[in-house]
Each structure stands twice: as structure tokens, then as C-alpha cells.
Design a binder for this molecule. Structure first.
Ligand code: ATP
Length: 275
């Protein structure tokens, strides 16, 4: 491990003044059955970051993501969007895309129809949306499948459609909740590369939930390790490696060292929850 390969992220007060994409301050979430899923979770998300939220099952990763997306409400604490216009629901105007673990496609709609949906919901006509939809399908390698139905696609292809749908409104923030967990390893690695490519090309800020140390170390420039009971940030690790990640990187010493360090942090987080 080199000194520069891996370092604690600077404390928020030491960071240079930049307009954060989103900031969570002391967010706690208690479900109606009494489960305290998150306690005092704070997270500043800077523009252009690729953050992985990594932690043991049940530590509140999905809960945190859903609260950021406005799909769930914090019990206490605040979520702010310093660089976005806020709509009447307290959410940023069109600034959040969400990719779930399941592709959640409409089976009765074509690939085109599925990717068109977010634009349709904003009142954009099909003809006005065509170019944008096709551009997004091309960006995930599915331009030739616009007229196919979901049942005709492989699991990896369905997930690509889901990603194209999340990006079609050009969100500033893309939230991904274990999107590749159900896919085989080869497809998962390919999609990891595709997501990195999209991230580099679009400049979108990404928060990516995963259980996998290897996936987080490959994708991210920052890894937020969470601990459970209650869910909190345990460590916030900046990955100071070149943005370019490829098969050579997967077998590099730097990658191995990062995996080891992240794994150690995760193990410590797990044990700290049990004590
Ligand atoms: N709707 C709900 N009602 C009650 N408890 C919930 C609800 N959703 C989640 N929980 C609980 O909150 C805690 C955090 O769940 P969450 O799904 O956020 O964890 P996670 O880290 O994403 O887990 P996993 O990695 O297994 O998906 C868990 O104890 C879970 O059982």
C-alpha cells in the first residue's frame, strides 16, 4: 500500500468550498416497528464523485439511499441540495436517477418505451424524445434493441435499459442500489466498466450501494463504510487512484492493496457493531 493510494477523506470543514450535490446531516430513521435503521448519519456528496456505500446486510444502505431519493423520509436530521432548484415536494428538480437491484421494466413496453417513460411523465412527446432516448440506448450498447421487449433480453441487458432510463433525464446524481448483485460475475464486471465509462462521459455523481469490497474498490473514488445497529458511517475512505480502471487494474498491486484495506475497515465495522 502506498501512502497516496488510500487516505481518510478530509473532514468536511477542511474541504475546499464547493457546492455539494447533496448533504445529509445527522439523519436518523426509525421505522414504525421500532427498528432504528440509521442514527445520526452525515454525508457530504461532492460533484463528480463515485461513492460506494459499503456495509453488512441491514446496516441501512438502502434506507439511506431511499431517503436521499425522497422515497422515504428521515425521522430526524436534514437533507439539503445546495446546488439544485428544489420543487414543491422538497426534492431537486429532475436531479436524481435511481437504479434498483431489479431492473423494474414494464414488460408490456418495448425497450424504447421503458426508457422514454421518465420523459413521458414530464410531458415530452414521443417524437421530441426520440433522439434523446436513442442516444441513451446507444450509450449502453442497446440501440439495436429499441423495439425489443424486456422478455427478449438477458439480465445484463435489462439492467442496461434500467441505467439508460435513469440517465435519460440527465440527472446530476445517480443512485444505484446493488444494481448488479443478481448478475453473473462476467456480466457484472462488464457492467462495472460500462458504468465507469458513463460516469466519465456524463460527469454524473454516483452513489452506489454494494456488499462487495472488490466492486467498491474497482469503481469508486470514495468508499463510505457503514456499520450496523444502528446504521452509521464507520469510515470514509478516499481512493486516490487514476480514474481509468480496466482489466490491468483488476490484477494490479494497487487494487489488491485497496481491497485489503477496505476489507479490513469493513471487518472492523462489523465487529464494532457486534460489541
Ligand atoms: N420498511 C421497513 N420497515 C421496518 N424495518 C425496515 C424497513 N426497511 C428496512 N428495515 C430495517 O432497517 C434496517 C436497514 O435496512 P436496509 O435495507 O436499509 O439495510 P441494507 O444495508 O440496505 O441491507 P441489505 O444490504 O441486506 O440490502 C434493517 O434492520 C431492516 O430490517
Amino acid at each position: 500500500m502506498t501512502d497516496t493510494a488510500f487516505a481518510e477523506a478530509p473532514a468536511a470543514q477542511q474541504a475546499p468550498p464547493r457546492r455539494l450535490v447533496v448533504t445529509m446531516q445527522n439523519v436518523s430513521k426509525m421505522f414504525s416497528n421500532g427498528t432504528l435503521a440509521l442514527k445520526d448519519m452525515s454525508l457530504d456528496v461532492r460533484p463528480g464523485e463515485f461513492i460506494s456505500l459499503l456495509g453488512p446486510s441491514g446496516c441501512g444502505k438502502s434506507t439511506a439511499l431511499r431517503i436521499i431519493a425522497g422515497l422515504g423520509q428521515a425521522s430526524t436530521g436534514t437533507i439539503d441540495w445546495p446546488s439544485s432548484k428544489i420543487n414543491s415536494k422538497g426534492l431537486p428538480e429532475g436531479d436524481v436517477g435511481f437504479v434498483f437491484q431489479e431492473p423494474t421494466l414494464m414488460p408490456w413496453q418495448t425497450v424504447f418505451g421503458n426508457v422514454y417513460l421518465p420523459l413521458k411523465l414530464r410531458g415530452v412527446s414521443k417524437s421530441a424524445a426520440r433522439e434523446k432516448v436513442m442516444e441513451n440506448l446507444a450509450s449502453v450498447g442497446l440501440a439495436d434493441f429499441a423495439e425489443a421487449y424486456p422478455r427478449e433480453l438477458s439480465g445484463g441487458m435489462k439492467m442496461r435499459v434500467s441505467i439508460a432510463r435513469a440517465l435519460v433525464t440527465r440527472p446530476k446524481l445517480l443512485l444505484m442500489d446493488e444494481p448488479f448483485a443478481a448478475l453473473d460475475e462476467i456480466t457484472r464486471q462488464k457492467l462495472n466498466d460500462d458504468v465507469l465509462d458513463l460516469w466519465a462521459r456524463t460527469g454524473v455523481t454516483v452513489i452506489f450501494v454494494t456488499h462487495s469490497v472488490y466492486e467498491s474498490a474497482y469503481l469508486s473514488n470514495r468508499i463510505v463504510v457503514m456499520r450496523a445497529r444502528p446504521g452509521q458511517v464507520f469510515s470514509d475512505l478516499e481512493i486516490d487512484q487514476p480514474a481509468e480502471r480496466d482489466s490491468a487494474y483488476r490484477t494490479s498491486e494497487a487494487y489488491r492493496e485497496i481491497c485489503e484495506m477496505v476489507s479490513d475497515s469493513l471487518q472492523t465495522a462489523i465487529h464494532s457493531a457486534e460489541s
